[in-house]
Design a protein around this ligand. Sequence first.
Ligand code: OSB
Ligand code: MG
Length: 372
Amino acid sequence: MTQAPLRIEAAELRLVRLPLLTPFTIATGTMTEKLFPLLTLRADGIEGCAEGVMDPLPDYLEETTAGAMAFLRDALLPQVLGKAFANPAELNARLAPWRGNQMARATVEMAFWDLWAKSLNLPLQSLLGGFGDAIDVGVSLGIGPIPGTLDRVAAHVAQGYKRIKLKIMPGHDLALLQAVRAAFPDVHLTVDANSAYTLADTALLQRLDGFALDYIEQPLAWDDIHDHATLQARMATPICLDESIRTVEHARKALQTDAGRVINIKVGRVGGYHTALRIHDLCAAFSVPVWCGGMLESGIGRAHNIHLSTLPNFTRPGDTSSSSRYFARDIIEQRLEATTGRMPVPQGPGIGVTLDRDFLKSVTVSAESLSA
Ligand code: OSB
Ligand code: MG
């Protein structure tokens, strides 16, 4: 069977606002809602869908929701509308001349992968090279008072989550870990600093070695690799890089210099699957495990994350926990819920989930249709 190239006939770009059930606090600030671009691409009566993972303000990385909406509308989508692509690599080549803006370009690339998989009548995981019908998941707990955090750890351990990640920042680190480790001596525990420390904090960070953490995620600056290598040489706990890895070259430099011994792959952060797959393979070559991070995605981004997590080097539990932890109602018809720390892979072609159009309408801030 041969497949004709897919001509992208139309796109629908929405801005969607979903309230969060509980505020989520990390070192850089507190989120109370999820505001995100939702993109649908159409070809041959098929739809592919993806969401952008940028934040309203550039506090995790430098992209912003407003900037991404404009870049998508004015530049990225006009590059692909009316054009035919035989595969995602051809689409990527059209977007390649532009620099940065990984989250915006990932939105287009990921929607195309969903479309492409559906056109071939295959689940996305099969096209990506993954297998299996469920993945191991952990949970990421935001910053809050220690007693409440202990309750949240207990609740998620009881639900079977395979790893507990605690957000930390200066002033909210050692006492938190002492309390959690005392109460849960055997749980797989990690921390995520979202770039809140510097090498001046080396002595404090070395004390984290006493808590048997699986890894410490992104302790130093979001655009740093070099200082992470210096820190890794001075502590036993593996460093896991998140923000610092936005390209394959970043991953190569980090691996070659031992700046990180685990990598969090967020497909949105690295510009799409093309780069995510290459980082996955490069890490495997260095015997460095990866896992799939999250950005409090709706069911669309969550489904993408689950498919990616079925690749063989995703050997650590990801952050793709149950949708019901974040939202009272999601924008998809299916439910993405973990049981005993296992998240089922949505079945069917592409990402395997479908938009709940009526509910989506009620949470849409703006919608525009673009065609060639
Ligand atoms: O650093 O992994 C992060 C959420 C927002 C911004 C950055 C991060 C996170 C999370 C939550 O840790 C992951 C999730 O549950 O989606
Ligand atoms: Mg992180």
